[in-house]
Ligand binder design. Structure first.
Ligand code: NAP
Length: 364
C-alpha cells in the first residue's frame, strides 16, 4: 500500500477532507500517517480503530518517507517544506490546498470533473505537484464548466458572495459571536419602534462592541467587498485568481477574460456567485440548459422561478453536500449573446477538500 502523509488534518479544510476520506473508505486503500506542525508526538485521529500518533510536519526527512503528501496546512508551510523535500530529491507526489504553488509551471490545478484529461497527461509527463484551486474558481467551473468545454464563452464577469468559512474556523466563530451580541441587543429593544431599533443596530456596527479582529469590521448585518491582498491594478488577489486559475485549470492557450468583484457576506459556509457571460454566439436557452445539465452528476439545474430559486440557489441548500446548483439562467437586456446565471456550492467540499482526496485516488 502507498504511504500517504496528511498535514493540516485538524484545520477547517483538513477536517472536511478526513471526514470525506472516512465516508469514501479511502483509508482502506492507503497506509496513512498524520503530521502536525505543533502537536508532534501527541495523539492524532482514531480511524478504523487505529489510533494515530502525530509525526513532525517540520521534519522533511520524516515526510520524505511518504509516497504521497496531502497538505491542507497553508501557503507558508508549503513555501517552507516543499523546497526541503526537493533538496532531499524526494520523488513523491505533493497534493496541496494552499495557493502557494498553484501558478508554478511545475504544478497542475486539480478539478478532475473538469480537467481529468489534463491531469492524466500531466501524470504521464511526470508532474509531481497537484494543487487544489481557489474555492470560487473551482465552484464556478463545477457549475458552468460545460459552457467552457463547448467553447461558448467569449468573456465572463463574476460577482461573488463568499461565506465566512472561506477564511477558516476563526472567521466563522467571529461572525457567530457578532450575531450573538446583535441578538442579545435586539432582544432588549425589540418592542421599540423600527427607527430606534435601526439606530441602535447601526451604532452597534459602527462602535467597538463587536469582535472584528479577523475581518477588520463587523460582517454580521454588513458586507465586505474585499478579499485577500491588493494588486497594483486595483484588483484583489481573490479577483485575480478567477481568470488566471480558471484558464490554467482548463489548460487554455487562448485566454478567456474573467473579472468581477469578490464580496465577503454573512453566510456561514458555501459560496455563491452571479455570472454575466458574453457568449460567442446566440444560442437558444434550452440548448444552454441542456449543456449545463450535462456538466456532471453534481450539477443541479434550478428552474428560473421564485420557489425553486429560494429553495435551492443558496448556501442553506448546498452546504455539506457535493451539489452545485445553477439557476437564474436567462438572456439579458444587454443582448441575445449575454447570459445571466447564478451558482452556489460548498467551498469546503468541491472548493477545497474533495479535489484533494480524488487526486490521491487518481494517483493510487
Ligand atoms: P485553518 O482552519 O486555519 O487550519 C490550518 C492549521 O492551523 C491546522 O492544520 C492546524 O495545524 C493549525 N491550527 C492551530 N490552531 C488550530 C485549532 N484551534 N483548530 C484547528 N487547527 C488549528 O485553515 P483552513 O481554512 O483549513 O485552510 C488551509 C489551507 O487551505 C489554506 O492554505 C487555505 O488558503 C486553503 N483553502 C481554504 C479554503 C477554505 O474555504 N477555508 C478553501 C480552499 C483552500 P497544526 O495541527 O499543525 O497546528
Amino acid at each position: 500500500m502507498k504511504k500517504v502523509g496528511i498535514i493540516g488534518w485538524r484545520g477547517m479544510v483538513g477536517s472536511v477532507l478526513i471526514s470525506r476520506m472516512i465516508e469514501e473508505g479511502d483509508f482502506n486503500r492507503i497506509e496513512a500517517s498524520f503530521f502536525s506542525t505543533s502537536q508532534s508526538g501527541q495523539s492524532g485521529p482514531l480511524i478504523n480503530e487505529i489510533q494515530y500518533t502525530l509525526k513532525d510536519a517540520l521534519s522533511a526527512e520524516s515526510l520524505s518517507e511518504m509516497d504521497i503528501i496531502i497538505s491542507a496546512q497553508g501557503g507558508d508551510y508549503t513555501k517552507e517544506i516543499r523546497p526541503k523535500l526537493e533538496s532531499l530529491n524526494w520523488k513523491g507526489y505533493w497534493i496541496d490546498a494552499a495557493s502557494a504553488k498553484r501558478m508554478d509551471d511545475d504544478s497542475v490545478i486539480i478539478l478532475d470533473p473538469v480537467n481529468k484529461a489534463h491531469i492524466d497527461q500531466s501524470i504521464d509527463r511526470g508532474v509531481k505537484n497537484y494543487i487544489g484551486g481557489n474555492c470560487t474558481v473551482s465552484l464556478m467551473l463545477m457549475g458552468v464548466g460545460s459552457l467552457f468545454q463547448h467553447d461558448l464563452i467569449e468573456w465572463m464577469s463574476s460577482m461573488t458572495y463568499q461565506a465566512a468559512s472561506g477564511g477558516g474556523a476563526k472567521h466563522m466563530k467571529e461572525l457567530l459571536s457578532q450575531m450573538s451580541v446583535i441578538g442579545d441587543e435586539y432582544e432588549k429593544i425589540q418592542d421599540s419602534n423600527i427607527l430606534d431599533i435601526d439606530d441602535k443596530m447601526s451604532s452597534l456596527l459602527r462602535g467597538n462592541d463587536l469582535d472584528a479582529k479577523n475581518f477588520g469590521v463587523p460582517l454580521a448585518l454588513n458586507i465586505i467587498p474585499w478579499i485577500d491582498s491588493s494588486l497594483d491594478n486595483g484588483q484583489t488577489r481573490e479577483e485575480w485568481k478567477a481568470m488566471s486559475e480558471a484558464n490554467k485549470i482548463l489548460n487554455l492557450e487562448q485566454q478567456i477574460p474573467i473579472d468581477g468583484t469578490c464580496v465577503r457576506i454573512g453566510a456561514l459556509r458555501s459560496h455563491s456567485q452571479a455570472l454575466t457571460i458574453k457568449l460567442k454566439r446566440n444560442i437558444p436557452l434550452d440548448e444552454i440548459e441542456s449543456i449545463l445539465k450535462s456538466n456532471s452528476e453534481w450539477v443541479e439545474f434550478v428552474d428560473n422561478n421564485p420557489e425553486s430559486t429560494r429553495e435551492k440557489l443558496n448556501p442553506r441548500y448546498v452546504s455539506g453536500t457535493l451539489k452545485t446548483t445553477v439557476g437564474r439562467v436567462r438572456k439579458m437586456n444587454l443582448g441575445d449573446e449575454y447570459l445571466n446565471l447564478f451558482t452556489c456550492g460548498d467551498q469546503l467540499l468541491w472548493g477545497a477538500a474533495e479535489p484533494l482526496r480524488r487526486m490521491m485516488n487518481i494517483l493510487l
